[in-house]
Design a protein around this ligand. Structure first.
Ligand code: TRP
Length: 450
C-alpha cells in the first residue's frame, strides 16, 4: 500500500492547472476537433459539443478531481480507498485499460505531427504542393509512420521514466502563449483568404437537419477526449492536490482554456478548408491537409509551419505523458514496479498495440467496419465512444450513489474561500449526467450499426 501521509502536493494551485491543461490541450483540440466537426456537419455539432462540455464535462471533471483528492491514489487505489472491499476498483481498472488503448494510437498521430515538423522545415509547404497527396502519401507508407510513432513513444517514456513530468509541463506551458499568438496569426491569414466566409458559416450557423443520434455520441466522445475525462487522469492529478486548493475554479479554468483553443483551431481550419476547396468531411487528415496550405500562403511560411508543428508535437507530448502516467502509476503504486521499468515496459507494449492502427492506412487498408471505418477509426471509436463515456458514467454513479453526492460536493467546496459548486451539482451527478450518457450511448451505438 502506498504511504498516504507522504504524498506529494503540487507546489501551487497553478501547478495543478498547468498539468491539467497540459493533459487536456493536445491533438484533441487541433487535430481531432476540426475533423469531427467536419464529418458531423459543422455548427450543430459544435453546439451539442458545447452543451455537453458544460453540463457533463465540467461536473465530471470536478468529480474525478475530488475522488482523487479524497482517495489520494491512482484511479484503482482511489476507488478502493473510498469504497473498500467492493468491486468499484474495476472502474479504475477500466480507466487504466482505456489510457493504454488511447495512447497506442495517440502516439501514431503524435508521430504524424513530428513528421510534419520535418516536412515544414524542408520546405514542402509550397503554394503548388498537393497537400492531400502529401498527407495520404505519408500515412500510406508502411514503415515511416511507425518509426515516427516509435520516436514519439520513446519521448513519452523518457519523460515518465525520468519523473520529470512537472518540469516538462511547466516548461511547455510557457510555449502555449507562443502557440496562441501563432494561432491568432493563422486565423487572420485564414479569414483574409478569398472564400473563407463559408467556413465561418459552417462553424457557427447550425443546420438542424444534420442531427442524428450519432452526432450526440460523437460529441460526447470528443468532449471526453479533449478534456481528458473518463479514464482517471483527473483522479490521478487530483490526488496531488491539497485541501486548500479550489477545485471548482481550477476545473472551470481548464475547461475554458481547452474549449477556447478548440474553437480557435476551428477558426483557422474551416475558413481555409472552404477557401482552398478542400472537403470538410475529409476525416483524420483534415488539419494536416489544411494547415500546411495556410502556411504556404504566408510570408516566412517555413518558419511558421515548423514552429507550429513543433509546438503541436509538444502539446501532444504533454497529453501523452498524462496517459502513460495513469497506467504507469498503477503498476508503480499497486504492483510495486519501479518507475523506470514500468514506463519502459508499458511504452514498448503500447507501441506494439498501436502499430495496427498505423497500418490501417497502409498494409491493412482493406479492413473496414461499416459505420465505424478503418482500423484507426476502430481504435478511436472503441476508446472514445465506448470506454470514455462508460468510465464517466461509472465515476458519476460511484460518486453520486456510493460515495454520495453530498460527500463529493463537500470535498469540492472544502476550502473556505473562492468559488463554490452549487446545489445543482448533486442532481446533476445523480440524474442528469448518468442518464444523458446512457441515452447518448444507447441511441448512438444503435445509430452506428443500424
Ligand atoms: N485530451 C488530450 C487531447 O486533447 C488527450 C488525452 C490526454 C486524453 N489524456 C487523456 C484523452 C485521457 C482521454 C483521456 O489531445
Amino acid at each position: 500500500m502506498p504511504d498516504l501521509k507522504g504524498r506529494e502536493n503540487w507546489a501551487s494551485r497553478l501547478g495543478f492547472i498547468l498539468a491539467a491543461a497540459g493533459s487536456a490541450v493536445g491533438l484533441g483540440n487541433i487535430w481531432r476537433f476540426p475533423f469531427v466537426v467536419g464529418t458531423n456537419g459543422g455548427a450543430v455539432f459544435v453546439l451539442i459539443y458545447l452543451v455537453i462540455v458544460i453540463f457533463i464535462g465540467y461536473p465530471l471533471m470536478v468529480t474525478e478531481t475530488v475522488v482523487g483528492r479524497a482517495g489520494k491514489r491512482n484511479p484503482v487505489g482511489a476507488f478502493q480507498a473510498l469504497a473498500p472491499n467492493s468491486p468499484w476498483w474495476l472502474a479504475g481498472a477500466l480507466g487504466v485499460f482505456t489510457g493504454f488503448l488511447i495512447l497506442s494510437y495517440y502516439s501514431v498521430v503524435g508521430g504524424w505531427s513530428l513528421a510534419y515538423v520535418i516536412k515544414a522545415l524542408t520546405g514542402e509547404f509550397t503554394t503548388d504542393a498537393d497537400f492531400v497527396a502529401l498527407f495520404t502519401g505519408h500515412i500510406s507508407l508502411t514503415i515511416a509512420p511507425i518509426i515516427w510513432h516509435a520516436v514519439f513513444m520513446v519521448l513519452t517514456v523518457a519523460i515518465i521514466a525520468g519523473g520529470v513530468v512537472k518540469g516538462i509541463q511547466r516548461w511547455v506551458q510557457f510555449l502555449w502563449p507562443v502557440m496562441a499568438v501563432l494561432i491568432v496569426i493563422l486565423i487572420i491569414r485564414a479569414l483574409t483568404l478569398e472564400g473563407s466566409g463559408a467556413g465561418i458559416a459552417f462553424l457557427f450557423r447550425p443546420d438542424f437537419s444534420e442531427i442524428t443520434a450519432r452526432t450526440f455520441l460523437d460529441a460526447i466522445a470528443q468532449s471526453f477526449f479533449t478534456l481528458s475525462l473518463g479514464m482517471g487522469v483527473f483522479i490521478t492529478y487530483g490526488s496531488y492536490l491539497s485541501d486548500r486548493d479550489n477545485v471548482p475554479s481550477s476545473a472551470a479554468t481548464v475547461v475554458g482554456l481547452d474549449t477556447g483553443i478548440a474553437i480557435l483551431a476551428g477558426l483557422v481550419i474551416f475558413p481555409a478548408v472552404f477557401a482552398f476547396g478542400f472537403e470538410p468531411g475529409a476525416g483524420a487528415g483534415l488539419a494536416f491537409i489544411t494547415l500546411p496550405a495556410v502556411f504556404a500562403e504566408m510570408p516566412v511560411g517555413t518558419l511558421f509551419g515548423t514552429s507550429f508543428f513543433l509546438l503541436l508535437s509538444l502539446a501532444a507530448l504533454t497529453s501523452a505523458i498524462s496517459l502513460l502516467e495513469v497506467v504507469a502509476s498503477w503498476l508503480i503504486d499497486e504492483k510495486g514496479w519501479t518507475r523506470k521499468s514500468a514506463s519502459a515496459v508499458l511504452g514498448a507494449v503500447i507501441f506494439v498495440v498501436g502499430i495496427p492502427a498505423s497500418l490501417g492506412f497502409s498494409a491493412f487498408s482493406g479492413f473496414a467496419i461499416p459505420g465505424i471505418g478503418d482500423l484507426f477509426d476502430t481504435y478511436d471509436w472503441i476508446a472514445n465512444s465506448i470506454l470514455l463515456p462508460l468510465g464517466g458514467l461509472l465515476t458519476a454513479v460511484f460518486a453520486g450513489y456510493v460515495w454520495k453526492a453530498k460527500s463529493a460536493r463537500a470535498e469540492a467546496n472544502k476550502d473556505h474561500m473562492g468559488m463554490k459548486i452549487g446545489e445543482w451539482y448533486g442532481p446533476a451527478l445523480r440524474y442528469v449526467v448518468p442518464l444523458a450518457i446512457i441515452l447518448v450511448m444507447a441511441f448512438g451505438i444503435i445509430d452506428t450499426f443500424v
